[in-house]
Design a protein around this ligand. Structure first.
Ligand code: ZN
Length: 275
């Protein structure tokens, strides 16, 4: 069985602070996490960038460890006044996507959760990254929080582009949003939150969309599945999420593993047998 964690932050699991280059020791610790994930059949891990420095950390992990890939991007909450300079550097990295094992752009999107958000800037940074993904034929990792309408409106501007595709990371919207996103080439990134008791509507969506439209993610070290709450999340918990989704949909875990891995290949071009 081959499982993929499509959204992980090993770079944040091995250090407590943000926006700092990983030390040698931390890079070695990242290798240990990769090994632990392997023991649970999680053979491919995509580490997702949130800022220029963290994107470079993800690229460095992908350079060292064969089962790891990177996405590069600017999280809406990390968009500073200097975002255009950062974007230029991301463009240079995207030009070298093959050798650097970069498979996507993001996480990017709109986040209106924290009161001091700058919506205008968030939209500019988001759209620039959609353009970057299209230019380099890369999948998008979309972060949307309390901003479903704004996120869809930004994506709709590019809906005519045939290479538009990606994942709605940590999907938490309703069935209508799901259908609109899927129609534009997106899949739903499902993880620990489908196991939380209060998320009844989310489980309903997870049952009703086609298995072709789902990929699995942990968002480790954040959002651990219900039985692991209170401890940092880990990419190995993809195995638990796959089992949980199999139960929910009354199919075998092998079927979940196979189809979601096929979907990851379609969205991010990650080879099914790894590299
Ligand atoms: Zn994340």
């Amino acid at each position: 069985m081959h499982l993929v964690d499509t959204h992980c932050h090993i770079n944040m699991m091995v250090k407590k602070d943000f926006d700092r280059v990983l030390t040698e020791q931390e890079l070695v610790a990242a290798g240990g996490i990769v090994e632990q994930a392997h023991t649970q059949n999680v053979r491919t891990i995509i580490n997702v960038g949130t800022s220029l420095i963290e994107s470079k950390n993800c690229v460095e992990i992908a350079r060292r460890y064969k089962s790891c890939y990177a996405t590069i991007g600017i999280h809406p909450n990390d968009a500073t006044e200097q975002w255009m300079d950062d974007l230029k550097e991301l463009q240079h990295l995207a030009c070298r996507k093959q050798e650097l094992n970069i498979v996507g752009i993001g996480e990017c999107g709109i986040d209106k959760h924290y009161p001091e958000y700058n919506l205008r800037r968030q939209k500019d940074v988001f759209k620039a990254q959609i353009e970057l993904a299209l230019e380099h034929d890369l999948g998008l990792v979309i972060h949307t929080r309390d901003a479903g309408d704004e996120t869809l409106t930004c994506l709709e501007e590019f809906a005519h582009e045939s290479s538009l595709r990606g994942t709605i990371h940590c999907f938490s919207e309703d069935l209508d949003f799901a259908h609109q996103a899927i129609a534009m080439g997106f899949v739903l990134g499902l993880g620990g939150t489908i196991t939380y008791p209060k998320n009844v509507e989310l489980r309903d969506v997870a049952q009703r969309v086609k298995l072709d439209d789902i990929i699995l993610e942990t968002d480790a070290p954040f959002l651990p599945p219900q039985p692991m709450r209170g401890q940092p999340n880990h990419p190995r918990h993809i195995a638990y999420i796959a089992e949980y989704l199999a139960d929910l949909r009354s199919v075998s875990v092998e079927e979940i593993a196979l189809q979601t891995t096929i979907n990851v290949q379609r969205i991010f071009g990650v080879p099914r047998e790894g590299r």
